[in-house]
Write a protein that binds this ligand. Structure first.
Ligand code: THU
Length: 153
């Protein structure tokens, strides 16, 4: 993990996209708002927010919203992910380092390289940059189910 000032991050545009989509978070039960932005190999940015549900388990995290939006449009190769999370009643400055949940780490592992940067915004204008492998070491993935190590789709 590397920590740096937000303005020193090479993923500033991605962080800004994650911040912007956080405004659409639907989180009346947890009151925790999350925005995610996933950059594909062509430089296109796919955003997502968390969408909760009265039947709690039907909700989905911001990261999977972004990922599934892209995959369902035929885009399956990604280069970076940014995440911004904060309590609903917090000010814009009171962002909390929000790393992806275990289910999202596994979902990302299906399509993203182990070395893909995952950039997480925190308070005081700091960001932390992880690799997906740091967040999900020893991952079980497509290679475990194929002789070639590639997805057959
Ligand atoms: N959440 C995300 O969307 N992404 C994360 O990385 C952590 C958690 C959501 C799920 C739920 O709607 C709320 O935040 C509280 O867990």
């Amino acid at each position: 993990m590397r920590q740096m000032k937000r303005e020193d991050s090479p993923h500033l545009a991605l962080l800004e996209a994650a911040e912007a989509v956080l405004a659409h978070a639907y989180a009346p039960y947890s009151s925790f708002h999350v925005g995610a932005a996933l950059e594909d190999v062509d430089g296109r940015i796919w955003t997502g927010c968390n969408v909760e549900n009265a039947a709690f388990s039907a909700g989905i995290c911001a990261e999977r919203t972004a990922l599934f939006k892209a995959v369902s449009e035929g885009v399956t190769s990604f280069v970076a992910l940014a995440i911004v999370g904060r309590k609903a009643d917090a000010t814009a400055a009171a962002v909390e380092f929000t790393t992806p949940c275990g289910v999202c780490r596994q979902a990302l592992n299906e399509f993203c390289d182990a070395e893909m940067p995952v950039v997480v915004a925190g308070g005081d204008g700091e960001v932390r940059e992880y690799t997906l492998n740091e967040l999900l070491p020893g991952a079980f993935g497509p290679k475990n189910l194929s002789d070639t190590g590639k997805r057959s789709k």
